[in-house]
Design a protein around this ligand. Sequence first.
Ligand code: MGD
Ligand code: MGD
Ligand code: SF4
Ligand code: MO
Length: 766
Amino acid sequence: MRDFDEPDEDELSVTAPKTWATGAPAVVHALKYALGQTSPKRTALTLLNINQAKGFDCPGCAWPEPAPGERHRNEYCENGAKHISDEATSRRVTADFFRQYSVDELSRKSDYWLNQQGRLTEPMVLREGATHYEPVGWDEALDLLADELHALQHPDEALFYTSGRLANEPAFLLQLFARAFGTNNLPDCSNMCHESSGSALNETLGIGKGSVSLDDIYDADLVFVVGQNPGTNHPRMLTALEETKRRGGHVVAVNPLPEAGLLRFKHPQKARGVIGRGTQIADEFLQIRPGGDLALFQALNLLLLDAEDKEPGTVLDREFIEEHTTGYDAFAEHIRRTSWDDVLEATGLSRDQIERVHERVLESRGVIVCWAMGLTQHKHGVPTIREVVNFLLLRGNIGRPGAGVCPVRGHSNVQGDRTMGIWERMPQPFLDRLGREFSFTAPTAHGLDSVDSIRAMRDGLAKVFVGVAGNFVRATPDSDVTEQALRNCTLTAHISTKLNRSHAVCGRTALILPTLGRSDRDVQAGGEQFMTVEDSMSEVHATRGRLAPASPHLLSEVSIISRLARRVLGSEPDIPWEDFEADYDLVRDRISRVVEGFEDFNERVRRPGGFRLPNPVNSRVFRTPAKKAVFTVNDFTMLQAPKGHLVLQTLRSHDQWNTIPYAMDDRYRGIKGGRRVVLVNKADLTDLGLADGAVVDLVSIWSDGSERRADDFRVVAYPTPPGSAAAYYPETNVLVPLDSVADISNTPTSKSVIVRLERPEERGRA
Ligand SMILES: Nc1nc2c(c(=O)[nH]1)N[C@H]1C(S)=C(S)[C@@H](COP(=O)(O)OP(=O)(O)OC[C@H]3O[C@@H](n4cnc5c(=O)[nH]c(N)nc54)[C@H](O)[C@@H]3O)O[C@H]1N2
Ligand SMILES: Nc1nc2c(c(=O)[nH]1)N[C@H]1C(S)=C(S)[C@@H](COP(=O)(O)OP(=O)(O)OC[C@H]3O[C@@H](n4cnc5c(=O)[nH]c(N)nc54)[C@H](O)[C@@H]3O)O[C@H]1N2
Ligand code: SF4
Ligand SMILES: [Mo]
């Protein structure tokens, strides 16, 4: 249901989607947003420091920066500039603000409005039974939280959620605290994001991370961009793909939508990009039906096997397969049974199109597959990614230059957080090393992920929720269920930079603990501090804020976690929390002893550009039980909606950062002034008897017979594949049933929600 005010949408207008991305207008849009948030001076200071070796890491996506010597003076994109301006805003949320608005009123405000109020400035508490948040001192706030944690019957009744904005040092301390307290309940945003990638890659290659570097992307002969919209979500990836093409490589885009950046790209930092027609990025665009990727890669694998049969010894990398893999025979036998009729139906593509791409594969020595949410957020996300790995293994495209797997991560440090131990299922050797280093026994039972955390709160099994960064209530599925789950808690506490809905939909007692952002200077007893992050390509580097903090009352995340841990744990185990708070080098020393690949961390991270974590896959070392890369057998599946229904994907607009819309526009898709739109193919509209511009409710159906509804969406005729639709997240999260998750990874199926479109006058009649 739509239960809080959103900007007036009478202004909504729709024009044809754009066929190119970036260029001069992008720069103008970024500056406009920046100057709407803060002064020209602060804007200049922030923009000059983004992604520079001595500045701070862009708090946007996890796409890597080029090596320090190769960086542009403005090494950021339009959206990076918006993300940082949003944090560096001069607007402030003060105690007066909380006196003015009750929690109930705040819970009716839109995500946009809440974010626009600015930076949080002092700790606030909502006492049991109160209607308003009130100011509270840091000591009292942390005592209160510590008391609630002590009052639990078991540590597993507490949940510690993180979002990928969190840098390495606080992430390491958070998981240390949670485990010393006695629980592995460390749900994170990754559970809803690339968990399917981690599951598939761990099983097949022995490590849940991507294997390629930026140089590999430049040098590849063929790059697949699957289920990803880089023009909006990883804009500087287009610069890299432009370089791939300049060096003679090719790009295949696989997407249900003709996303602007995939088609044509104009480089904003080069004169030819600002004036010229730009570079055509995709040499082939496969407009696939949602969920058709498993079928596509099975078809490509079948074509490779057939080609090898015709000319034995010329297509497959037999040596690699024999020496480094296992499971080939069962895989090959299974793939040979693939039916073309099924493939064409599942993908909506023609055999010609798939064969053209196959020809390109044969012509290419180095092949990389990049992917994001279009693969991971499906029921069959894990098998689909396993099939992508099969595809790469067949021609030895793992462990050599210009080839490999590239899951493109979302949040700037989401990969680093996992490396630091933020995972409810951290492997036992890590837990052992952690326990040895700090003289305690880490709990071994797996903790709860995001979906299971919601279930636990719903069922009264978890009672205290601590969120470090992020916006749990809006990031998660089944909004009504999730909101009730959080309201069941005795206490919810959020360590945040900005106001969001998770502060308003809260437990009986609630805390807002405001913290420094990436761009803020962080001075502790031991002097000025920096932190570190790891990008999507395993490059670890320093990030150092440069601005005066948003308020004198802010504490860093490291301080908050250390002070809380001291209160909760006392001296048992003996962990020097006070020293950690004073000097982050001491945290890094411990990381270097616990986390693999971080030897001499303090020294190496001070080198310009930092260092790259080794990925054993690149030396063809596979840490699977068989010590080899694993071919897998994946049952063919097809995603189909019953008659009169559509497969709805929930996705990001150009003007939002995850749960936070910055504006009501989605420029590249031609949408302006509103977000309650649903993009539907013209032929489907005709079949459904609907016209472009009609207003409908989106009603999702689930196997238990239950229905969920999101009201009043404007229909936009759009070139989506027949039978499918698209609408923005988080407005549509209410439609995703909590139990609708990907097999194995437990990731909500945000890209395949079965819906029907209902006119408001039909409400309740179906
Ligand atoms: N500006 C901006 N940048 C961001 C974010 C943001 O919110 N705003 N979020 C960050 C985060 S956390 C993440 S995880 C990434 C997300 O980056 P993306 O994964 O690019 O994000 P989505 O908007 O979810 O888009 C998914 C894409 O997959 C396509 N798709 C959907 N279903 C299928 C399918 O079945 N098959 C195929 N082949 N494609 C499909 C959609 O059409 C769309 O182009 O972006 C990061 N960067
Ligand atoms: N339906 C649907 N649901 C989805 C998705 C989808 O595609 N469709 N995508 C999923 C994905 S991929 C992701 S990653 C999740 C995102 O889920 P989250 O990561 O939980 O959400 P964000 O919107 O990134 O969180 C924004 C909040 O983070 C806080 N914040 C920002 N910077 C900092 C900082 O430096 N420190 C601290 N402490 N706080 C900070 C601010 O208070 C801000 O309001 O959503 C998931 N949910
Ligand atoms: S591509 Fe990503 S990391 Fe780079 S500037 Fe843009 S948002 Fe920031
Ligand atoms: Mo994400």
